[in-house]
Design a protein. Structure first.
Ligand code: UD1
Length: 363
C-alpha cells in the first residue's frame, strides 16, 4: 500500500518525522515523501530534515513563496502529475499550511483517499489563513486524526461521521519527547550567555501581528517593558524580518538592549531554548503545545486558540496583542511557579504508532 506523505512548511517537519519512523515497522506500507518547497531556506527546511532524521523527499516540487492563490495553485499544478505517476492508495497531509489544502484537493479530485493528521482544530477566526485550510481539509478527508478532544467535538458539530475520526494524541509531541534529551546537548544557552529560567523566548510571524505596523508596534511596547526585567531572545521568522526592515519599527528593536534577535533556530536549539525559559511569548500554534508538554508558562499573543487544551490543561494563556493585557499576564506569570500545568491525555510519544496501526486497518 503506497502512501504519499506531504510536507511543505517548517511546522510540518516535526509532524511527519515520527510517521516516517513508524512506517518502518509496517512493511505493508510503502511511504513516499513529497516536499512542496513552500519553505526552502536552509534554516526553515533542510536543517530540520537532518536534525530529525527525516529521509530525503523522493520529490521536491520547489514551489517557493507567493501570494496565497499563486502558492496554492502552483502546489496543486505540480502535485497532480506526481499523483498520476505514483498512483498511491492514500495521501497523508499534516497541519494547516497552504501545502496541506493544496495537496488534499488534488488527491480527492483524483479519487485518492485523503488522511489528515492534526484534524478538527478550530480557532473560530476565519481571518486566519490556517483556519480556512483546516476547515477545507477536514471537509474532504477520509480519515481524520485528532490531537485533543475539542478536535473530535468540532468535527462532530460539522457533521463529519464519527467512524472517520480518531483521537490519537500529538505527533509533534512524539518528536519533542524523542529529542528532549539530545536537545540538552545544544550549546545555545552558553552561546547567547543565557541562564536557565532567567530569560524569555519570543516568536512572532502571524500576518495579523506582523503585517500591520500598528499591531506590531503595540506588541513592541509590551516587549520594551518586559525586556527591562527579563532578557528576551527572539529567533526571527523571515516574514517578520522582511516586515520589520520595511517599516520604521526596526529602530525600536535596536534600542531594546535586552532583546536579542537571532536567526531562525534549528529544532534542537529551539527545544533547548524553550525547555529552559522562564516564559515563552508566541503567536505560533505548535509552540503552545510544546510549552504545555514542557510545562513552561506561555503567553499566546493572539485573541484565540485552536488548541484549547493547552490553556485548559497546560501552561498556556491567551492574552492577545494589546500591551494592556500582556503586561498584567506577564506579571502574574512571574509571580507564579516557573513550571506549571498538566500534560494532556495521549501526549505520550506514541501518536504516530497509533496512526499507522489505524491506517493498516482502515485503508
Ligand atoms: C507558513 C504557514 C503558517 C505557519 C508558518 C510557519 C500558510 C498559510 N502559512 O507561514 O501556518 O505557521 O508557515 O513558519 O501556509 N520565506 C523565506 N524563506 C522560507 C520561507 C518563507 O524567506 O524558507 C519568506 C518569504 O518572504 C515568504 C514569507 O516568508 O513570502 C512567508 O512564507 P509563507 O510560506 O508564505 O508563509 P509563512 O508566513 O511562513
Amino acid at each position: 500500500m503506497k502512501i504519499i506523505n506531504v510536507v511543505g512548511a517548517r511546522p510540518n517537519f516535526m509532524k511527519i518525522a515520527p510517521l516516517m519512523a513508524a512506517y518502518k515497522n509496517a512493511p505493508a506500507i510503502q511511504p513516499v515523501l513529497v516536499h512542496t518547497g513552500q519553505h526552502y531556506d536552509e534554516r526553515m527546511s533542510d536543517l530540520f530534515f537532518r536534525q530529525l532524521g527525516i529521509p530525503q523527499p523522493q520529490v521536491n516540487l520547489g514551489v517557493g513563496s507567493g501570494s496565497h492563490a499563486a502558492q496554492t495553485a502552483q502546489i496543486m499544478t505540480a502535485f497532480e502529475p506526481i499523483l498520476l505517476e505514483q498512483k498511491p492508495q492514500a495521501v497523508l497531509v499534516v497541519g494547516d499550511v497552504n501545502s496541506t489544502i493544496a495537496c488534499g484537493l488534488v488527491a480527492v479530485k483524483l479519487g485518492v483517499k485523503l488522511v489528515h493528521v492534526e484534524a478538527g482544530l478550530r480557532s473560530g477566526d476565519r481571518t486566519m489563513p490556517e483556519e480556512i485550510n483546516r476547515l477545507l481539509t477536514d471537509a474532504i478527508s477520509d480519515l481524520l486524526f485528532c490531537t485533543e478532544p475539542a478536535g473530535v467535538e468540532n468535527l462532530a458539530r460539522e457533521g463529519v461521521p464519527a467512524e472517520k475520526v480518531f483521537l490519537v494524541g500529538n505527533v509533534m509531541i512524539d518528536t519533542l519527547l524523542k529529542n528532549r534529551q539530545q536537545a540538552e546537548d545544544s550549546p545555545i544557552l552558553e552561546q547567547l550567555s543565557l541562564q536557565s529560567e532567567r530569560y524569555a523566548v519570543l516568536t512572532l510571524h502571524r500576518p495579523a501581528n506582523v503585517d500591520d505596523p500598528a499591531v506590531f508596534g503595540g506588541l513592541l511596547s509590551a516587549l520594551e517593558a518586559i525586556q527591562k526585567d527579563l532578557p528576551i531572545v527572539f529567533p526571527i521568522h523571515p516574514r517578520t524580518m522582511r516586515n520589520l526592515s520595511a517599516s520604521n519599527l526596526a529602530g525600536r528593536i535596536e534600542k531594546m538592549s535586552n532583546l536579542r534577535l537571532i536567526e531562525p533556530a534549528g529544532y534542537l536549539d529551539f527545544l533547548k531554548l524553550m525547555a529552559h525559559a522562564r516564559l515563552v511569548l508566541t503567536d505560533s500554534g505548535g509552540i503552545q503545545e510544546e510549552t504545555t508538554i514542557l510545562r513552561v508558562p506561555c503567553l499566546t499573543l493572539r485573541e484565540n486558540t485552536e488548541r484549547p487544551i493547552t490553556a485548559q490543561f497546560g501552561s498556556n494563556r491567551i492574552v492577545g496583542a494589546d500591551p494592556e493585557n500582556i503586561l498584567p499576564a506577564y506579571r502574574q506569570v512571574m509571580s507564579g511557579p516557573p513550571r506549571t500545568g498538566q500534560i494532556p491525555p495521549l501526549w505520550d510519544g506514541h501518536a504516530a504508532q497509533r496512526i499507522v496501526k489505524i491506517l493498516l486497518e482502515k485503508l
